[in-house]
Design a protein around this ligand. Structure first.
Ligand code: FNR
Length: 185
């Protein structure tokens, strides 16, 4: 029997009622067979300070371990002022350090974004893709999951109710698994 593929889901919003956190919860239920999505929490990660690199804060150590143990990464993020929220960039920076211990190294990665706006966080996705170059990650190109006008796609409890979005998330997860297996060969 093949072992389960592990995906680590990381949401770029700390907001309890966040549409992106809700989309991550939805993704955990839409996974293909033999795949599991674990969730990393970034809210306890302090602001990056290079002085602390030699003695990493506990929350950072835990985050780095979660990344290293996973087969693939799934970022689900809002767009803040046409870019990635500071909390997510901060977590990405921490896990990339120290220079000789970049936890993102070689990881397959997919992105989803949700925004209350018309463009669904697309610009934040492109900024993430730019980061993947220096992080040496391997981004999945398609399908793109860009959840525009998010307030109409979740119910008041944060359940994803839009069938087309569910279908696209399922397709993205399947493609990420195929991509991950290809890179592991
Ligand atoms: C936003 N929002 C936003 N939306 C967008 O499509 N493009 C943008 O550049 C911005 N900029 C922005 C900046 C800041 C500081 C905030 C707080 C919000 C709106 C954003 O898409 C909306 O608040 C989402 O609901 C945030 O995601 P969560 O928290 O619901 O996951």
């Amino acid at each position: 029997m093949e072992r389960k593929i592990k995906i680590l889901g990381i949401a770029g919003s700390l907001r309890i009622g966040s549409f992106n956190r809700a989309a991550l919860r939805a993704a955990t239920k839409l996974v293909p067979k033999d795949v599991v999505i674990e969730t990393a929490e970034i809210k306890d990660i302090p602001l990056f300070n290079q002085d602390l690199e030699k003695r990493l804060p506990g929350s950072v150590k835990k985050f780095k371990e979660q990344i290293k143990k996973t087969d693939a990464i799934l970022f689900i993020t809002p767009e803040y002022n046409y870019s990635v929220p500071g909390v997510l960039k901060n977590a990405i920076d921490w896990a990339s350090r120290p220079y000789t211990d970049n936890s993102w190294q070689g990881k397959p990665v997919a992105i989803m974004s949700a925004s209350t706006g018309m463009l669904g966080g697309a610009r934040a996705q492109y900024h993430l893709r730019q980061m993947f170059i220096f992080l040496n990650m391997h981004p999945l190109n398609r399908p793109e999951v860009i959840i525009a006008n998010a307030s109409g796609k979740f119910d008041e409890k944060g359940n994803l109710i839009d069938e087309e979005t569910k279908k696209r998330i399922r397709e993205l997860l399947e493609a990420l698994v195929t991509w991950t297996k290809r890179l592991q060969k």
